[in-house]
Design a protein around this ligand. Structure first.
Ligand SMILES: [Zn+2]
Length: 89
């Protein structure tokens, strides 16, 4: 690590310390951590965004796509008679 950082091509001439590794970086190379925005971290120490903080996924589509109506269809043959003996002893 050089003793001095070259900030000649940076839009802001400032040096800051990463809040995780405590190494010095140009302030343009530090980013707010997605989970803890108060922390300014280098690119190597940035956390991935916690998936539990994301919006919940959309609800599942549980309805039938081609549902049959409960009423009998017109012109359909009636159901066959029930020939089973009545239940019960
Ligand atoms: Zn760091």
């Amino acid at each position: 690590m050089p003793l001095y950082l070259d900030t000649s091509d940076r839009p802001v001439v400032a040096i800051a310390l990463c809040d995780r590794c405590h190494m010095k970086f140009s302030i343009c190379d530090l980013f707010p951590d997605p989970n803890y925005p108060g922390l300014m971290c280098c690119k190597k120490d940035l956390d991935e965004y916690d998936p539990y903080r994301l919006a919940p996924p959309p609800a599942d589509r549980i309805g039938l796509q081609f549902a049959r109506p409960d009423a009998p269809l017109t012109g359909a043959e009636p159901s066959p008679p029930n020939n089973f003996p009545p239940s019960g002893d």
